[in-house]
Write a protein that binds this ligand. Structure first.
Ligand code: SF4
Length: 257
């Protein structure tokens, strides 16, 4: 059974590891729900996944990023070392290095694609977290429990996709417009995409999916063979980021040519 935060901090303090942990993490409200409290109106799935039709994705369109970061009070720091990112956009060749070759069509070479947590089936971030702050829900979402996070950053080292960010500074002052419906994190805490679990619980689509003007992103139940996402995936080639690592990414990139 995972230790609670106080126990972990006590142990970390004894080991000399807890000295850098700022006291404000004690103040973080325990707003991150554990599974089991699901209202009837919630969108649910046996195994959540996302399919992104990258041919539909308008190059360098920022709408999914803006919607996600506004929804979740993601701060915007001028200093790139302090940058927090839940979702971003990267060149095709950087996202899929194994597919980057000299015969790659120019349309793909110049394409930027959305990147975020892959909610891996076999997530190394969860394996290395010493406190249980990051954990896997039965429906496939890889969660963060902010009030359990001790800022050790083992999860950041474990994630091969760079999907996690550390709050090196207090994020509140760098949030342009605070959404009162989502908790602010604190300095010393790691964060990442949560698949908009709070919106799914209210029967809403993830913010990125809802905001995409091209309807390029489809969220759905990979366990349901009649779902729209399964129909899309059965229709052609789907790439996953560094699938050879065995992490089992549950974000699929569709290429229809
Ligand atoms: Fe964890 Fe990274 Fe996989 Fe997300 S993408 S589940 S942070 S290993």
């Amino acid at each position: 059974m995972p230790l609670n935060r106080r126990e972990i901090l006590k142990i970390a303090g004894c080991l000399g590891l807890g000295l850098a942990c700022p006291p404000m993490i004690y103040e973080l409200a325990a707003k991150t729900k554990r599974p089991g409290d699901v209202p009837a109106s919630a969108l649910t799935a046996g195994s959540w996944g996302m399919a992104i039709d990258i041919a539909k994705c308008r190059n360098r369109c920022p709408d999914c990023i803006t919607a996600c970061h506004e929804e979740h009070n993601v701060p915007s720091f001028l200093d790139s070392r302090h940058q927090i990112r839940w979702i971003g956009s990267e060149p095709f060749g950087a996202v899929f290095p194994g597919q980057d070759h000299r015969m790659l069509p120019e349309s793909l070479k110049s394409l930027s694609v959305p990147v975020f947590c892959n909610h891996c089936d076999n997530p190394p971030c969860v394996r290395v977290c010493p406190t249980g702050a990051t954990f896997k829900r039965p429906d496939g979402i890889t969660m963060m429990d902010y009030h359990r996070c001790i800022g050790c950053r083992f999860c950041m080292a474990g994630c091969p996709y760079g999907s996690r960010s550390m709050n090196w500074r207090e994020p509140g002052p760098a949030v342009k417009k605070i959404n009162p419906n989502y908790p602010l994190r604190a300095a010393g805490v790691v964060e990442k995409c949560n698949f908009c679990e709070e919106r799914l619980a209210q029967g809403k689509l993830p913010a990125c999916v809802a905001a995409c003007p091209q309807k390029a992103m489809t969220v759905g139940d990979l366990a349901d063979e009649r779902s729209e996402i399964r129909r899309l995936l059965s229709g052609g080639l789907a790439l996953r980021r560094r699938g050879e690592l065995g992490t089992g990414p549950q974000v699929y990139y569709l290429w229809r040519g």
